[in-house]
Design a protein around this ligand. Structure first.
Ligand SMILES: CC(C)(COP(=O)(O)OP(=O)(O)OC[C@H]1O[C@@H](n2cnc3c(N)ncnc32)[C@H](O)[C@@H]1OP(=O)(O)O)[C@@H](O)C(=O)NCCC(=O)NCCS
Length: 158
């Protein structure tokens, strides 16, 4: 189906057990520097990793991979296919993952992002991540600084 004919307002669901080939396929569409399929294969073998896909009956539109490290977690990768971008799907996926992480008792989530990745930085800041660091020339190909973000679980007072 051509991109302009696709309807992205439908109800996409989170698939909590995607295959490594589904993830690798989405990764190739979302990223200029995709991971090797074997990286997703390894991730799915790791018990501390949560890897989710966003899909309806017809198509998959995005994915997120997070890893728990003791009492904290890290967002390793998030992607929404370009033709479905800017429609709130990244926010939906990240919010659901943060809820899941909070429900698991984890209080802090970290991630790093290229300084110039405006869509991702707006997504993270909109989801409650706060900038905690700046790492000069952290990324290669092309060389770019990294911004480190942290999300803290809201504590409810009674
Ligand atoms: C980053 C990414 C996941 C965002 O997903 P998305 O579904 O487009 O995001 P949403 O529609 O939920 O929007 C989230 C925020 O990003 C902003 N945004 C989305 N696309 C944007 C664009 N092209 N330019 C500027 N801002 C953009 C939205 O306006 C929104 O911010 P707001 O709440 O302040 O208005 C998606 O752009 C993507 O997959 N990028 C390529 C892969 C990548 O860089 N991943 C992150 C590094 S691991």
């Amino acid at each position: 189906m051509p991109a302009q004919a696709m309807n992205f307002t439908g109800s996409f669901k989170i698939i909590s057990n995607p295959s490594s080939s589904d993830l690798a396929r989405l990764d190739r569409v979302c990223f200029h520097r995709p991971w090797e399929p074997s990286a997703f294969h390894s991730l799915l073998q790791t018990p501390t990793v949560w890897a989710w896909m966003l899909a309806d009956e017809e198509r998959s539109v995005g994915f997120i991979c997070c890893q728990q490290t003791s009492q904290e977690a890290e967002v390793l990768r998030i992607g929404i296919i370009p033709e479905a971008g800017g429609k709130g799907l990244g926010r939906k996926l990240m919010s659901a993952m943060l809820e899941h992480i909070a429900a698991a008792g984890i209080k802090k989530v970290f991630l790093e992002v290229r300084e110039g990745n405006t869509p991702a930085r707006r997504l993270y800041e909109g989801c409650g991540f706060r900038q905690i660091g700046h790492r000069a020339r952290y990324y290669n190909d092309p060389r770019e600084d990294a911004i480190a973000y942290q999300w803290l679980r809201q504590e409810t007072e009674i």
